[in-house]
Design a protein around this ligand. Structure first.
Ligand SMILES: Nc1ncnc2c1ncn2[C@@H]1O[C@H](COP(=O)(O)OP(=O)(O)OP(=O)(O)O)[C@@H](O)[C@H]1O
Length: 409
């Protein structure tokens, strides 16, 4: 979830109008089971009771202990994630007898509002899903002690968790191809439904299963750590390549007013930085950045600042088109001199910044450093995804038909 995009009246009305889900209403008990239910009632009520009400912490997070119940239906087993929005807890669902991931949102108005929009999007995605959307499934939602709780199917680690665990050793290109295809399918599915994710990044792509195998060796890692051949490094690979997209907290409906800044920095498209307005193509730019990261192990544009970010883009992809620079908004004008030339390196804030930009290679060389087979088709795909002009960028469906994805079984 990044900055909350849609604000004001429109959102309030959408939230208030939302009907409660039928699955959120306590199911009626079948008559025949009534006697037995009554006799076990006292024991179950005590065992499944919610803990006494406690204050939230200073940030509005729900305070809990492991092993407690979050409503009588869900037992809290562990904490699996934390973000600005709240916490994600692994829970046991006593009703469906499955493990679930519950996002317990902070009890602060703006996060509650954003969570309700996420619920809206998740329900819209679920309604149209024929089983192959590669988007996480919502199981339920409810409002508990002023915390919106969204119940999801439980998934495995994110692609970022996996890279990190492997000390940023890249994935093999055949696995990147599998991830890329599924990611593009999920994006195409969302775009068909007039939804723009706006926060695609490896942290928001989860493996469906946590199962993995351990393999010896990652050449890159051994080189970086200057290991001798008998100090073999192990790396993990997922047993299954199945992935799903999560975090629809920043997703925008195409026909809504858009906030000007979207996406996590490293995956942010040039039209967003230049203030030109954005739409579906901003997701495809992010996909391009993600694919390079999965093949190389590190984020392509490791920066926290606009001018440096644009300089990095020019280093990898060549000069920004004049027609985009000319239309840059007031905030972005200052990054350019004499009309269209980037104020670089003159405008750099430090020598380190200039060095960081100079360390980057052009796209073709960057891919060649990390990929052997499919090198040229991957470069060509990335050139299509990382087109500066959003109107020239590949769409998700066009990208899926690219030759890079054709040698799949
Ligand atoms: N269905 C799920 N199964 C397993 N883990 C999950 C699931 N959903 C979320 N998580 C974990 O919880 C973390 C946070 O979830 P999510 O990205 O939806 O929240 P967020 O508001 O975007 O957080 P952030 O502030 O980091 O962007 C994820 O990175 C992931 O590790």
């Amino acid at each position: 979830m990044v900055a909350i995009g849609i604000e004001g009246m429109e959102r309030e009305q959408r939230i208030r109008k939302r009907p409660r889900l039928t699955w959120d209403v306590a199911p009626s008990e079948p008559q025949v089971k009534r006697a037995q239910v009554v006799s076990n009632e006292g024991v179950n009520r005590r065992r499944h009771a919610s803990p006494p009400r406690r204050d939230d912490d200073r940030e509005g997070h729900y305070v809990f202990n492991l092993g407690e119940n979050l409503t009588p239906r869900y037992k809290i087993l562990s904490k699996i994630g934390e973000g600005t929005f709240g916490r994600v807890l692994e829970c046991w669902d006593r009703q469906t007898r499955e493990y679930v991931a519950i996002k317990v949102v902070r009890s602060i108005r703006k996060y509650r509002d954003a969570a309700m929009i996420e619920v809206d999007v998740l329900q819209h995605l679920a309604k149209n899903d024929k089983g192959n959307s590669h988007c996480v499934q919502i199981r339920n939602w409810f409002d508990y002690r002023n915390h919106i709780c969204i119940v999801f199917e439980k998934l495995g680690p994110s692609l970022f968790d996996f890279l990190k665990r492997n000390k940023y050793c890249p994935f093999p290109v055949d696995l990147v191809r599998e991830f890329g295809r599924q990611l593009l399918e999920s994006v195409a599915y969302m775009h068909d439904l007039h939804l723009i994710h706006t926060d695609l990044k490896p942290e928001n792509i989860l493996l469906v299963s946590s199962e993995h195998i351990k393999l010896p060796g990652c050449k890159k890692l051994a080189m970086v750590q200057r290991l001798s051949s008998d100090e073999t490094q192990f790396r993990c690979l997922p047993k299954s390549s199945a992935i799903k997209l999560i975090d629809f907290g920043s997703t925008a409906f195409d026909n809504q007013n858009h906030s000007s800044i979207v996406s996590t920095r490293h995956y942010r498209a040039p039209e967003v930085i230049l203030g030109l307005g954005w739409s579906y193509p901003c997701d495809l730019w992010s996909v391009g950045c993600i694919l390079i990261e999965l093949c190389s192990g590190g984020a392509l544009f490791q920066t926290h600042e606009n001018l440096e970010h644009l300089a990095m883009m020019e280093r990898v992809l060549g000069p920004l088109p004049e027609h985009m620079v000319r239309r840059a908004d007031r905030g972005a004008e200052k990054y350019f001199r004499r009309g269209s030339r980037l104020n670089w390196p003159e405008g750099a804030v430090s020598r380190e910044s200039i060095r960081a930009v100079n360390k980057l290679y052009c796209l073709k060389d960057l891919v060649s450093q990390h990929v052997v087979s499919s090198r040229s088709s991957l470069t060509d795909l990335l050139q299509g995804l990382l087109k500066y002009d959003p109107s020239e960028r590949l769409t998700a469906r066009q990208a899926l038909s690219h030759p890079f994805f054709q040698n799949l079984t």
